[in-house]
Design a protein around this ligand. Structure first.
Ligand SMILES: Nc1ncnc2c1ncn2[C@@H]1O[C@H](COP(=O)(O)OP(=O)(O)OP(=O)(O)O)[C@@H](O)[C@H]1O
Ligand SMILES: [Mg+2]
Length: 333
């Protein structure tokens, strides 16, 4: 498809074609600068896969109530069937609850360990220092996502990721986790054999901490395998025909390639449709259109072969089922 007026190369492999070429795709993520349309694209994609007959969950780790607003129904804290759409569930992850639960688990482990090592300190201090940092919260959210993915209750998982570099950092973390757990395991095993050597009773004792670390590593490894398999996972990057969002996804794309995380492609959002402007559009609008035309050239050059859809700027924000349907039509044209 070539647009004669602007001589644009056009979309080579569309969103629809990409989905057809990846029938086993299960984990779909959206990234990009703040406000570019990640949440609405995730919503439209989930609607589309559900319509294809795939049991789909649309999940958000975003602390803002974005999915509830988009769908016009409360989906906070639990898997909620989306009204009027068979096969579709939505779930806004409760960040606070997830973090509290992780803290409680860590506290258990620390208490057990202190007892095991005969240290008479209260666990609370350790728990506070281990959990009072943003990295802990992030890893708690990541674990929650992994649990959801590995539980396997759905055919398709569509994640509306946070606007920052979270996604990539989260995935990078699974490697860090693995290194960390290996190190922990070695020192746990040393401690255990030492204790067994020193103990009078020769009975083999249980080590819940070791069990936990082994299980944890196994889960992280499974998640990493899935998240780096292009048959199962795709990250889509949303941009506008504007300088900053393009710069942001350019950085994301190179990070993801470096990490071996599969990129599904680029979605261009809020493109002003020249055809919809009528015969005498105001100069303000014409200027915006010309600006977009120029950035579209940049997009075709930079993301050659990776553009999956050009979604028009609608005359209203995307909220509610009808608007989502319209967006899905444009995205999967
Ligand atoms: N093509 C479009 N036409 C008109 N409005 C749009 C379009 N795409 C998105 N919007 C609107 O733009 C706003 C931002 O979209 P959205 O919330 O999906 O962005 P986001 O990338 O998820 O933002 P955040 O980074 O804050 O999570 C919303 O009000 C949405 O309805
Ligand atoms: Mg959002």
């Amino acid at each position: 498809m070539t647009d004669a007026k602007t001589a644009e190369p056009g979309v080579a492999v569309s969103m629809r074609a990409y989905m057809a070429e990846h029938p086993g795709l299960r984990y779909i993520f959206f990234g990009g600068k703040g406000g570019v349309g990640k949440t609405v694209m995730a919503g439209a994609t989930a609607l589309w896969t559900a319509r294809q007959g795939r049991r789909t969950i649309l999940a958000s780790t975003n602390p803002v109530h974005s999915l509830s607003g988009l769908l016009g129904q409360d989906v906070f804290g639990r898997h909620t069937p989306v009204e009027g759409v068979p096969n579709l569930w939505a779930y806004e992850i409760d960040t606070r609850e997830t973090i509290e639960r992780s803290k409680a688990e860590i506290k258990d482990k620390i208490q057990w360990f202190l007892k095991f090592a005969d240290i008479s300190t209260r666990a609370d201090e350790f728990v506070e220092s281990a959990t009072m940092n943003p990295a802990f919260e992030e890893s708690a959210m990541f674990e929650n996502m992994v649990d959801l993915m590995l539980a396997g209750a759905y055919d398709t998982y569509v994640f509306d990721t946070a606007p920052t570099a979270n996604a990539r950092r989260l995935l990078g973390m699974s490697r860090v986790y693995s290194l960390w757990v290996d190190k922990m395991l070695r020192s746990r095993e040393e401690a255990r054999s030492l204790r067994q050597m020193l103990s009078f009773t020769k009975k083999k004792e249980e080590d819940p901490l070791l069990e936990y670390l082994l299980r944890f590593r196994e889960r992280m490894e499974r998640a990493r395998e899935r998240l780096t398999d292009p048959a199962e996972t795709a990250f889509f990057f949303v941009t506008l025909p504007e300088a900053l969002p393009i710069a942001v996804i350019t950085r994301f794309l190179s990070w993801f390639e470096e990490f071996g995380i599969p990129v599904g492609g680029v979605i261009v959002n809020m493109r002003i449709s020249a055809a919809a402007l009528g015969s005498a559009p105001p100069p303000f609008v014409l200027n915006r259109l010309r600006m977009q035309d120029e950035y579209m050239q940049t997009i075709w050059q930079k993301f050659d072969g990776q553009v999956r859809a050009i979604v028009p700027l609608f005359d209203e924000e995307v909220r509610g089922r009808a608007a989502l349907e319209r967006l899905a039509e444009a995205l999967f044209a």
